[in-house]
Design a protein around this ligand. Structure first.
Ligand SMILES: [Zn+2]
Length: 103
């Protein structure tokens, strides 16, 4: 049996995901909730600044430019976290910001 990583879609609570999300940049991770930077995404379980527990992980770049092998590497490094696409988070975040702007 050949096992591979697939990007799958699933209904989740935006507040839940955004509060417990670590975004991986070039070398380190950021906390999406409080925007703390320089977090060691390979091992940190909690944000050093706001103390949120990380449950989701994402790459800070377009899903089109992310190779499946990179996602596989991230998932293998952090099997305790669920991979989510940053584009999805950004799209919802932008939509919510626009909604609040016109209130
Ligand atoms: Zn934080």
């Amino acid at each position: 049996m050949a096992k591979y990583y697939f990007r799958v879609a699933q209904v989740m609570d935006y507040d839940d995901v955004s509060k417990h999300l670590m975004v991986v940049g070039e070398l380190t991770g950021d906390c999406f909730s409080c925007r703390a930077i320089g977090i060691d995404y390979k091992k940190e379980k909690y944000c050093p600044q706001c103390k949120t527990d990380f449950r989701f992980i994402s790459y800070r770049k377009s899903s089109l430019s992310i190779k499946t092998a990179q996602i596989a590497r991230l998932c293998e490094r952090r099997p305790d976290l669920t991979y989510v696409e940053y584009d999805d988070i950004k799209e919802i975040d932008d939509r919510l910001k626009a909604k609040n702007f016109f209130k």
